[in-house]
Write a protein that binds this ligand. Structure first.
Ligand SMILES: [Zn+2]
Length: 465
């Protein structure tokens, strides 16, 4: 039974593949006209979505807790979080209830048979369904961890044009059923937390990957009360859900990183007069070899005249080498000769980063991605993430392998300005592993304790090669 379902999931994500994230979710590969570009929807018209005809949530006795019409209103408002960004052109519109051959005429998706029918119309590219799993039973039937609040999946891509053709979002209504019983994995989220988790899924639906900023907050527990300045800068596209809702803290639903990246992927006419960029490369200590898979964050310098800490609030990130493939393939073993279908093979993009920022003065820093961010929680092209000592470093004007990594120089960016060659040289990294060298330096993997909590994404993690 499980195996059959697993096969179904794989067939579903066959086209989708995986997170090339830290900015875009997927980047075009060798088959594309323009490799190294984010996969995006054609945003010249609204993205039309269809909605499940059943309730969003029912309690264990089957009574409706969140009705279909209330669920549909919430879905619309979640999409509006993205489309109301002033510098983006992306829009979404409701296209009626889900309809598929074999599905009940009211569009209520309840069984695996229903799900497969919906998958069919999504895979064919004709619908972008929003599925309500009112009691979590469909999620369990799919073999997915009941701690998954929701997930998104890309059904069809156009790998030549770099377009997302169709996708779906799945909402686990059990998190809204009024029952909080952690001993049976039946957690309850308040409506704002739930909607923020689903808005995260809509970010993936739109082509965004995960982002890591203010990762130190991640040490807190589920439902932890997080410091507001750090929460303000914590991307909604952070891989896992924790902290109080952004709304309850008086914050906009999207963090500056989310706003910057949806605008970068779908810029409208005001984008170029609202954003500049900071770009460059990350190098190992040799100053020559590019480092793939480190997180790079641009943080606004704190304005001492305000009570807020802008350095925590206004931050935008990307992963070094985000446009390069996470798996170039190799011809030796014969089972991975072509590598991943995603990501450019242009070596000039290895270790390259580019961060869209609003005008202001910034510091730029590199850091490791959290070791827990693997599979469905991965950030950037490498899964598992790169482990490089000496990765924690601020950029300053005289970068070298022997500098003080805490020394930082400030960068002022104007609208429309592109600051390039802001390059890092890491300190004390292992010697490079040269071609034809035998016996690489074995890097010790640090043991970082973490609490795994309600994940936003289940099989967004299935690694495709
Ligand atoms: Zn996610």
């Amino acid at each position: 039974m499980k195996q059959r379902l697993a096969a179904l999931l794989l067939s579903f994500i066959l086209f989708g593949g995986y997170a090339d994230a830290g900015g875009p979710l997927r980047v075009t590969g060798p088959a594309a006209t323009n490799p190294g570009q984010a996969f995006v929807w054609n945003a010249s018209a609204p993205i039309r979505y269809t909605v499940d005809g059943g309730p969003l949530s029912v309690n264990p006795s089957g009574q409706v807790v969140v009705s279909n019409s209330d669920g549909a209103v919430r879905v619309q408002s979640m999409f509006e979080n993205w489309q109301s960004v002033s510098t983006t052109s992306i829009t979404y519109s409701y296209a009626g209830p889900i309809s598929a051959p074999g599905l009940p005429s009211n569009g209520d998706v309840k069984t695996m048979q229903d799900f497969n029918a919906v998958l069919g119309v999504c895979n064919s590219g004709s619908q972008n369904p929003i599925i309500f799993d009112a009691d979590g039973s469909l999620l369990r039937a799919l073999g997915i961890d009941p701690l998954v609040i929701g997930f998104s999946g890309t059904c069809k891509l156009d790998p030549l044009a770099g377009r997302i053709v169709s996708a779906l979002v799945f909402l686990n209504g059990q998190f809204q059923d009024g029952v909080n019983n952690p001993s049976i994995s039946n957690y309850e989220l308040n409506a704002d937390q739930f909607d923020e988790a689903i808005t995260h899924e809509m970010g993936h639906f739109s082509g965004l990957g995960h982002s890591q900023i203010n990762v130190d907050l991640f040490q807190g527990g589920f439902n932890a009360n997080c410091a507001v300045d750090a929460l303000a800068g914590l991307p909604l596209m952070f891989p896992v859900e924790f902290c109080q809702s952004r709304k309850s803290a008086g914050l906009p639903i999207l963090a500056p990183d989310d706003v910057a990246w949806i605008s970068k992927l779908y810029p409208n006419a005001s984008y170029s007069s609202s954003y500049g960029s900071i770009s460059g490369f990350v190098f190992f200590s040799d100053g020559i070899t590019h480092v793939q898979g480190l997180n790079v964050i641009a943080r606004r310098v704190d304005d001492p005249s305000t009570p807020q800490d802008e350095s925590k609030r206004i931050a935008v990130s990307v992963v070094s080498g985000f446009a390069f493939t996470g798996n170039p393939g190799q011809t030796i073993t014969g089972d991975n000769s072509t590598g991943s279908a995603f990501g450019s093979r242009n070596p000039a993009l290895i270790g390259y980063y580019e961060i869209p920022v609003t005008p202001g003065t910034y510091t730029v820093q590199t850091e490791n991605l959290h070791v827990a961010f693997v599979g469905g929680s991965s950030v950037g092209p490498l899964d598992p993430p790169a482990i490089t000592y000496g990765a924690y470093e601020y950029w300053h004007q005289y970068e070298s392998a022997f500098d003080d990594p805490s020394k930082k120089d400030l960068l002022t960016v104007q609208a429309g300005q592109k600051l390039s060659n802001i390059n890092f040289v890491l300190n004390q990294t292992s010697p490079r592993f040269d071609q034809f060298e035998d016996g690489a330096v074995l890097l010790e993997i640090p043991q970082v304790p973490f609490i795994f909590r309600a994940s936003r994404d289940p099989w967004l993690g299935e690694k495709q090669s």
